[in-house]
Write a protein that binds this ligand. Structure first.
Ligand code: DGL
Length: 283
């Protein structure tokens, strides 16, 4: 058995790298749906459908768990798949399988509270002391998942999202650094204007953005804390595996990289991030 990691493209590799470092003996299969990237501007139905197909592919390859290393898929498709499709699918397959997202761990990291800590009857917002800015795809921003879930848990935090419609695609195609820098500066400035000041902390709410975390850090005021999803997800996965021994992560330390797009070497941003070129097989 193995752990599957899914994204529309190379963004999920930023999460995958942290997961394999944390669980070096586990077997990992990464699937990038590059035939359909970016997901950020697609309809909800399309995203649910593509995410289901990606999960099926990974379960067929032997994954017991699939980590959706994609905010867009996790915020739009995860609950729907878990509630309406996965139980029947697991029964047909005849073995335990599950899909995990990355929104819950990110919200736990942002609120400093366990997911179960939901305020039953949220009081009025107190005077806000902490403003979190979320940079994400239009799909994730439209789901308002970060606003809704953080709001349920912390009355002293305000969340503002900034949708970045072109950024994942630019990163997927390794756009020149200057183009990435200008795009990011534009979004940081747009968010500052909307809030009336810079956020106190920021969530890079698209896994592609982790490749350019340094450019976000430069565009934001010095020392603005960034909430890094890869670490939050690795912490959550480790805890999950301890509590759920029925999901076998494998023990051979193998790594496979599959794509629905063009097989071969991934772009220079990926190679720089991983410290070596990564070659993908056709899915
Ligand atoms: N990396 C993905 C995310 O975290 C998706 C980017 C896209 O396909 O638009 O949202």
């Amino acid at each position: 058995m193995a752990i599957g990691v899914f994204d529309s493209g190379v963004g999920g590799l930023t999460v995958h790298r942290t997961l394999v470092r944390r669980l070096p003996d586990a077997d990992f299969i990464f699937l990038a749906d590059q035939a359909n990237v970016p997901y950020g501007g697609k309809t909800g139905e399309e995203i649910v459908d593509l995410t289901r197909q990606g999960c099926i592919r990974l379960f067929e390859e032997g994954a017991s768990l699939v980590v959706l290393a994609c905010n867009t898929a996790a915020s739009i498709a995860l609950r729907r798949l878990q509630q309406t499709w996965l139980p029947d699918y697991a029964r047909e397959l005849g073995r335990p399988v599950n899909i995990l997202g990355l929104i819950v761990p990110t919200i736990e990291a942002a609120t400093g509270l366990p997911w179960s800590h939901e305020v039953e009857h949220p009081a009025e917002k107190v005077e806000t002391v902490d403003v979190i800015g979320v940079f994400s795809t239009p799909g994730t921003a439209a789901s308002r998942v970060y606003e809704i879930e953080i709001d349920k848990r912390r009355q002293d935090v305000a969340v503002f999202s900034e949708a970045c419609p072109t950024l994942a695609r630019l990163i997927e195609h390794a756009a020149p650094r200057e183009v990435l820098k200008q795009t990011i500066e534009g979004h940081v400035e747009a968010l500052r204007r909307r809030i009336g000041r810079h956020p106190d902390r920021a969530i890079l709410g698209c896994t592609h953005y982790e490749y350019v975390a340094d450019l976000f850090a430069e565009a934001l005021p010095p020392d603005t804390p960034l909430i890094h999803q890869p670490i939050a997800v690795a912490d959550a996965l480790e805890r999950y595996l301890e509590r759920h021994p029925q999901y076998d992560p494998g023990h051979g330390g193998t790594r496979r990289f599959l794509t629905t797009g063009e097989p071969g070497e991934q772009n220079a941003l990926v190679a720089a991030f991983w410290g070596r070129p990564l070659r993908f097989e056709a899915a």
